[in-house]
Unconditional design. Structure first.
Length: 251
């Protein structure tokens, strides 16, 4: 985290040869030093042949000096040596990065590593895990959450949008055990903000927001994949829940 800003990262999808890759485990929130960054943002080992895919959402908040460069590299899983520098990209406010490449490294086991570049003034990074909702579920399939005696949810939760894929509308339900400030924003694959479904205080309880792409953005949207970012903060401004949902619009 810079003196007046912070960087938030959500790995929406990481695959090697159609198999999902896991990144290093961390708690719901974590504060790490710069030297620990690549240990957290390093995948489990995978085979050096086939296709590698990555979709990541970065959000820079506050005043960051000219944004941040992130380098994506392949490393030998056994030695840690750099095998290939894949790409370097600049992260600003709400940057969605999609990347795909063919791997030609034989039987070597590799790891994908993300590294900040040219940020020596970065003393630490505050990370808030963004849980990703990437599987649609009908209301019948969604797990019921416990309710307190006063009728409020026991935990913060946001549910997969339904229907998904959808046309013309889809609904996202979310649960608040206490009064909270809620933000629910939809982005396209280029990281551009499409619409803001919710931005403001909400009472504790069960809520929903419906997105109709034909009316909310003021323009006709193409069919394809969109992302909805949900954030709930308590009365003290502490983030209680972050989730990113994948929305599939069909025509």
């Amino acid at each position: 985290m810079f003196r007046n800003g912070s960087l938030h990262i959500a790995v929406l999808d990481a695959q090697a040869n159609e198999m999902r890759l896991g990144f290093a485990e961390m708690n719901d929130t974590a504060r790490i030093n710069l030297s620990q960054f690549e240990n957290v943002f390093s995948t489990e080992p995978f085979a050096g042949t086939g296709t590698l895919k990555l979709t990541t959402l970065f959000t820079a908040k506050g005043q960051l000096p000219n944004g941040i460069n992130i380098r994506m590299t392949l490393r030998d899983a056994a030695t840690g040596n750099v095998v290939q520098n894949l790409r370097t990209f600049r992260v600003g406010d709400d940057t969605l990065v999609t990347f795909q490449t063919d791997l030609n490294h034989g039987n070597r086991q590799l790891k994908l590593v993300l590294q900040p570049v040219g940020v020596s003034q970065l003393s630490r990074i505050d990370l808030e895990r963004w849980y990703v909702v990437d599987e649609a579920a009908s209301p019948a399939k969604q797990l019921a959450h416990a309710t307190t005696p006063n009728g409020l949810p026991e935990v913060f939760a946001v549910h997969p949008n339904y229907p998904n894929p959808f046309n013309p509308t889809t609904t996202i339900k979310y649960d608040l055990p206490e009064a909270s400030h809620v933000s629910l924003v939809v982005y396209d694959l280029l990281g551009r903000k499409v619409t803001e479904l919710v931005n403001g205080p909400k009472a504790g309880g069960y809520h929903s927001a419906t997105w109709n792409p034909s009316t909310s953005s003021g323009q006709v949207l193409a069919s394809g994949v969109y992302f909805a970012r949900f954030t709930a903060k308590d009365g003290s401004g502490n983030v209680r829940l972050n989730k990113v949902s994948k929305l599939v619009l069909t025509k």
